[in-house]
Design a protein around this ligand. Sequence first.
Ligand code: URA
Length: 192
Amino acid sequence: FEAEAVNPIERMDWDALDAAVRGCRACRLWETRTKTVFGVGDRRADLMIIGEAPGADEDSQGEPFVGRAGQLLNRMLAAIGFSREQVYIANVLKCRPPGNRDPKPDEALACQAYLHRQVALIEPKVILSVGRISAQHLLKTDTPVGQLRGRWFDYGPARIPLRVTYHPAYLLRSPEQKAKAWEDLTEVRRRL
Ligand code: URA
């Protein structure tokens, strides 16, 4: 008989996972990244935020959501009573795509075991997926984000309640959508 192949990432503790991401060369993005962006916040958080990928600021600082979009995300969290330190924030991709282009499917696939392991270690009560790339990747769908928000999904084997909202970078460009994001955040708050 053959033993079932287990991805070693699925067994890693936080230190091993962090080291694996730092040294990752599973896709071509290692060639152009400055720093990997692992994730930040409370590793026992009830609420986990999952964004798209590092931008220029995140790539240089090694921390997710530290640029202009990150400042709006902090305000969105504050609006439902959370500080940045009380949640856990991560991205689908741990490395910046050059020029902030959309992640390629093979890049998201190469990176996904890291995020799965982060979710498994944290066991959040609720996941908030921000933006099209995050939502479509996590839910394995092409449905537009505007149709994914407004309802609950179950995520992963632990069936964690997942809610979709607009990306703060999009809200900076389209502030008229902030009312809908507020509704999404209110639902998240209610579920926690
Ligand atoms: N946008 C994201 O989706 N993630 C970041 O970390 C920064 C900007």
